[in-house]
Design a binder for this molecule. Structure first.
Ligand code: HPA
Length: 275
């Protein structure tokens, strides 16, 4: 067994002893979205620092708890906050929690983030369902020896975000009267934000939003055989013709404004999944 495999098993063993159920849905809550758990029925909250080998966030806006509970008909495991490549973690470390979730039994992963809009039509606080992604981080979480027990060496990425989940969330948005955007997420390493020239470049290569997370987690999830729904909240809109600063306080504020809408959307999506 490789080192990472043992670590995943240890974390899984530790968590399994505390939770009397198998979670089917996993949720990763990004910047400004961590209080979504307040509206769920919570059974257990475990700080990341107590879980063997779990990476601990160094970013103030990211709470570090793994929350187990119920939402609609489902048992859920919620990662309240994540770690990022820019914090100095390797992508293997960044994706460790996703792999543990898979080992615990999670088969559908809902990944959320705050992102910068590249499509000039996008407005602050709007939600975008991710239809595809571009990895510009410059690394891949699957680099190195493949863990055969987790997945194959060359996993296909032809459809990382299954169509039926995208259709499901579009239906949910329709029922709620929410305008849901659709588009491509490009992941950059950060932590510096984009120059005007970089923003123009990212738009030209086909991205609709930019962020510093999500893609490594999705790659690890697809590798491990999970179905992924990706949702971005538009925290700022980057227009290369009129470059403006992107203060982190504003990012968090804009995302928090969208939180109730976001909660309703996921809840309605889960309702559709039950049927
Ligand atoms: N760029 C990169 N990451 C981000 C942004 C952005 O404009 N907004 C939120 N996360």
């Amino acid at each position: 067994m490789s080192g990472i495999e043992e670590q995943i098993d240890e974390a899984k063993g530790f968590l399994e002893k505390q939770i009397p159920f198998v979670p089917k849905i996993g949720i990763i809550l990004g910047t400004g979205l961590t209080s979504l758990t307040e509206k769920m029925s919570i059974d257990f909250t475990i700080p990341y620092r107590k879980i063997p080998h779990f990476p601990v966030s160094t970013v103030e806006t990211h709470t570090g708890n793994l929350v187990f509970g119920s939402w609609r008909a489902y048992k859920v495991a919620v990662l309240q906050g994540r770690v990022h490549y820019y914090e100095g973690y390797s992508l293997q470390e960044v994706t460790f929690p996703v792999r543990v979730m898979r080992k615990l039994g999670v088969s559908v992963l809902i990944v959320t983030n705050a992102a910068g809009g590249l499509d000039p039509d996008f407005s602050l606080g709007e939600i975008m369902v991710i239809t595809d992604h571009i990895n510009l981080i410059g690394h891949n979480p699957l680099r190195g020896a493949n863990i055969e027990k987790l997945g194959i060496r060359f996993p296909s990425m032809h459809e990382p975000y299954p169509r039926d989940l995208i259709i499901g969330v579009e239906k949910a948005a329709n029922e709620l009267g929410i305008r849901l955007r659709k588009g491509v997420y490009v992941a950059v390493p950060g932590p510096s934000l984009e120059t005007a020239a970089e923003t123009r470049f990212l738009r030209t290569i086909g991205a609709d939003v930019v962020g510093m997370s999500t893609v490594p987690e999705v790659i690890a999830a697809v590798h491990a055989g999970m179905e992924v729904l990706g949702l971005s909240v538009i925290a700022n809109v980057n227009i290369p013709e009129s470059p403006a600063p992107v203060p982190i306080e504003e990012v968090v504020e804009n995302v928090q404004k969208a939180e109730p809408l976001f909660f309703n959307l996921i809840e309605r999506f889960l309702l559709g999944l039950e049927q």
